[in-house]
Design a protein around this ligand. Structure first.
Ligand SMILES: [Zn+2]
Length: 428
């Protein structure tokens, strides 16, 4: 509304892509809502955007990002404040991100949520939602989960390694509560005992071996079977974990599988490159042997993977990475990528592997909206929020000049890609 008048906008000549249909036509929106989708809409509104025959997607959603990691939970501070992070997301056509409200041990979950929310004041490019990371389980945890559910939270996060990790019996208790409250449990799967045992290895990927992930994935699948909890397995990096999840899904278990662009692009040979550079690729779980990549890509193509998120962590190469080139385990773990996710995945899966464009929309928009109950996002039709991306098939080379993620490097610098957002409309 401006001066009491509804401001309408007409997007003309698009190829409108939903996960289940494609329509050549126009979209009429007001400030925040799609009001009409049709082959040819006549309107006297002044604001007309010509999509020129390009794709129009529902706004993309990144369900797993970490802006401004909290130092008090043992993370090193990153540099990407909430302003740059949400702007960078928007530049890549992502209109909603999910962040994590991390509970300090013993802190009330609702307090952790409010504290995290307050950090977004005055600083949003795109929209933001939250998962609440539960790091301790006590007598009133059920009650606290009910409180955050009442506050609109549909998902919690559980760690199985790091200081925030929970014990197996605590995870079972939480799964039981989540099943009762219809909350989805996101879980970082790395078995801590295996990580500790492997810490003596000198090769970085072997300090966090794939067995740590697989072991925990297997445990979590069984816990889901016992409790009925809907479980979202984060950043799957190994083909063996993927196969366990695939089987569990075939058995009808409510398991959701996420992977990230980096696991489809890189492999562990990158840790052998010139020493300082390789610290850019330190993350957990680490990259696996090259033989894992193709099966993971296939799992994206055949629908085994439900969604692709970034796990974006914008550490500085100069400050948090390169000085640990001889002691990789000490380098800050995480990679940026919130801005380029849409292009990396489009180029890889749609251009190189022939993924149906509807499935692209499913992986990056429809599924994340559906999984987390964002009822007015992830689909283009009247009544939905007017989060829209006009997509160009332009070829471009990734140049740091164009990256606004607030880091001093991009793992994708120099990549030649096809596909990027031409215009993004965000409903406020
Ligand atoms: Zn993460």
């Amino acid at each position: 509304m401006q001066g009491g008048v509804i401001i309408k906008k007409l997007i003309k000549n698009g190829i409108i892509v939903n996960y289940d249909c494609i329509l050549k036509g126009d979209i009429l929106i007001d400030n925040s809502e799609i009001i009409k989708v049709d082959k040819n809409i006549e309107s006297n509104c002044e604001d007309i955007v010509d999509a020129k025959g390009n794709y129009v997607f529902p706004g993309l959603i990144d369900a797993h990002t970490h802006p401004g990691l909290p130092e008090d939970l043992g993370f090193k501070k990153d540099t990407d404040d909430f302003y740059t992070e949400t702007k960078a997301a928007l530049k890549g056509g992502t209109t909603t991100i999910f962040d994590f409200a991390e509970q300090k041990k013993g802190e009330r979950l609702l307090d952790a949520l409010e504290k995290r929310k307050s950090r977004y004041k005055n600083s949003s490019g795109c929209k933001y939602e939250f998962h609440v990371a539960v790091t301790s389980v006590g007598k009133d945890t059920y009650e606290q989960l009910r409180e955050i559910k009442d506050a609109g939270i549909n998902s919690i996060k559980i760690y199985t390694t790091y200081d925030m990790k929970l014990k197996h019996e605590e995870i079972l208790t939480l799964f039981d509560y989540c099943a009762k409250l219809n909350i989805t449990a996101l879980i970082h799967c790395e078995e801590d005992s295996i990580i500790r045992y492997s810490s003596k290895n000198t090769s970085f990927p072997m300090t966090r071996p794939k067995e740590a992930e697989e072991n925990m994935v297997n445990t979590v699948i069984n816990f889901s079977r016992l409790t009925g909890c809907r479980v979202y397995i984060c950043h799957v990096s190994s083909k063996d974990s993927m196969e366990l999840i695939k089987r569990a899904k075939e058995d009808g278990l409510p398991i959701i599988m996420e992977t990230c662009p980096q696991y489809l692009i890189f492999d562990d040979s990158i840790y052998n490159i010139e020493q300082k550079e390789r610290t850019k690729y330190i993350l957990s779980p680490p990259f696996r042997e090259v033989s894992h990549k193709e099966p993971l890509i296939k799992a994206c193509l055949d629908g085994t993977v439900d969604l692709i998120s970034t796990d974006h962590c914008a550490f500085l190469f100069k400050e948090h990475k390169e000085k640990y080139c001889l002691n990789l385990e000490k380098a800050a773990k995480g990679m940026p990528g919130i801005q380029l996710r849409s292009s990396i995945i489009y180029n890889l899966l749609v251009v190189n592997y022939g993924l149906d464009i509807k499935d692209y929309v499913k992986l990056l928009s429809y599924n994340p909206a559906k999984i987390f109950g964002l009822k007015d996002r992830g689909y283009i039709k009247p009544g939905m929020k007017a989060d829209l991306v006009i997509w160009s098939n332009e070829k471009f080379k990734v140049n740091m000049r164009d990256i606004i993620e607030g880091t001093d490097y991009s793992p994708y610098e120099g990549f030649e890609l096809i596909g990027k957002p031409l215009y993004t409309n965000i409903a406020l």
